[in-house]
Design a binder for this molecule. Structure first.
Ligand SMILES: [Zn+2]
Ligand SMILES: [Zn+2]
Length: 446
């Protein structure tokens, strides 16, 4: 260095500093004086101004550079793009801007052969993860590569984004990836211990929440890594007692999200959210038995039941579920309009673990009229002021003591004939049952 580069180096340094702290005026002034600076990069890592701006979340500078037609896919020394750095540091606005500017989401760095999706998953930035996934749905990647292939893209050691999110304990990222078609049983090549599944990796670091997500999506507790270990023995060996209890093949199986059912894949966001919450709640209920005797104490009930009891008065506007007589009806079968709670819907759909060898998944039927369940809706309630409001937002839960109120209920209009028929069937079947009975057994109403 230092052979007559004149004022270039100090301007260069000034530019990178200004970019880093988002000093737009200085950046503009420097580039006006010396437009070629825009193509300079740092000496060692070869970071361009765009890399530095993206990594530091300087959205104004990112926008300005893109407006000056800087290539959004510039590479640094490690072949990382500005998009990868933005995803690594969770700079969501920069991720969005770069994608809008046409940044390629399917680039691989030279460090570990990872894409921007790996970065978002590894560092746990679920907002960036979602943005990249939705870009993948609509971009050329989906048509050329295939969306499912992108979601399951492997890095240089065979790790998918799901492996990384599980290993780094990011349950929300794990959930988003599974929801977007990540393969729950994929094995790594050399990453972690060879042949590890996401469940092995979560077991190793003791992430109970990731294990819950993975099991609820059908992860196999008996899958072995290349050394023949099941996730249970990995958790046990690392002294994660609670994780080991859930992973113990002799513990009760959790409910599994019925992703094979056609109507589940077509659920609207609202209904899906409601069912997902019910699934997690039901599984946590089961865990109480499994975790009994381990030193793990579940989070205090004040956390998980937040905002439930204060809604009791509001709950008197609503119908209690005729199957369990415990929860409020939140879901309605589309054509016959029979209603039940989210917990009972799940009990109908996922009491059996889907068998991957048989393609025919039997469609669940409405327990009241035996018609096939084609689609589910969230029940909307009319409020007194005429605005509709859905039950999912308040996550009502009825206390048992109010189970008899429903005869006098009048503010819930419509379908009263249908729901009283439902009640009849519900009672006839003797389903006023012990607590949590409905989540432990399939419902048979014949
Ligand atoms: Zn119910
Ligand atoms: Zn029905």
């Amino acid at each position: 260095m230092g052979q007559g580069l004149s004022c270039g180096t100090s301007d260069e340094h000034g530019l990178f500093t200004a970019v880093q702290c988002g000093d737009l005026e200085t950046v503009k002034a420097l580039l006006e004086r010396n437009p070629s600076l825009i193509y300079h990069s740092t000496v060692y890592d070869r970071q361009s101004a765009l890399h530095i701006a993206a990594a530091n979340g300087q959205i104004e500078v990112v926008s300005m550079l893109i407006d000056q037609s800087v290539n959004p896919d510039l590479l640094n020394r490690y072949k990382q793009t500005p998009l990868m750095l933005a995803a690594m540091h969770g700079k969501i606005s920069c991720v969005q801007k770069l994608i809008e500017a046409g940044a390629n989401i399917l680039m691989f760095d030279s460090l570990n052969g990872r894409t921007c999706l790996h970065y978002a998953a590894y560092y746990g930035h679920s907002d960036c993860l979602k943005t990249i996934l939705s870009a993948a749905r609509t971009s050329h990647v989906a048509s050329s590569w295939g969306y499912a292939r992108f979601v399951n893209v492997k890095d240089g050691k065979g790790a998918t984004p799901l492996h990384l999110a599980s290993r780094q304990r990011w349950p929300e990222c794990v959930h988003i990836l599974l929801d977007n078609g990540a393969l729950v049983c994929a094995s790594t090549g050399g990453y972690g211990f060879p042949g590890s599944s996401p469940l092995h990796l979560a077991a190793r670091v003791g992430s109970l929440d990731c294990i819950r997500e993975l099991l609820a999506w059908g992860a196999d507790r008996l899958q072995r890594d290349d050394s023949g270990r099941i996730p249970y023995s990995v958790a046990f060996r690392h002294k994660h007692v609670a994780c080991a209890a859930l992973l113990n093949p002799s513990s009760a199986e959790p409910l599994v999200w019925p992703s094979a059912s056609k109507f589940i894949s077509e659920l609207n966001e609202e209904a899906k959210h409601l069912l997902e919450c019910a699934l997690m709640e039901a599984n946590k209920e089961r865990e109480k038995n499994i975790l009994k005797g381990t030193t793990y104490s579940p989070p205090s009930p004040t956390n998980s039941d937040n905002g439930i009891d204060d809604n009791i008065s509001e709950a008197s506007d609503t119908e209690v579920c005729c199957i369990c007589f415990d929860q409020v009806c939140t879901i309605q079968v589309q054509d016959c309009r029979h209603q039940m709670c989210a917990h009972c819907v799940l009990a109908l759909c996922c009491h059996k673990k889907p068998n991957p060898t048989t393609t025919s998944s039997t469609t669940p039927v409405c327990p009241f009229c035996r018609s096939d369940i084609v689609q589910l809706d969230v029940i909307k309630f009319e409020k007194d002021d005429g605005t509709s409001h859905d039950v999912s937002s308040s996550r009502l839960r009825k206390s048992r003591r109010s189970r008899n109120f429903s005869e006098g209920s009048n503010s819930f209009k419509g379908l009263s004939a249908v729901s009283s028929f439902g009640k009849m069937v519900g009672r006839g079947s003797g389903r006023i049952s012990a607590e949590n009975d409905h989540i432990d057994k399939p419902i048979i109403l014949d």
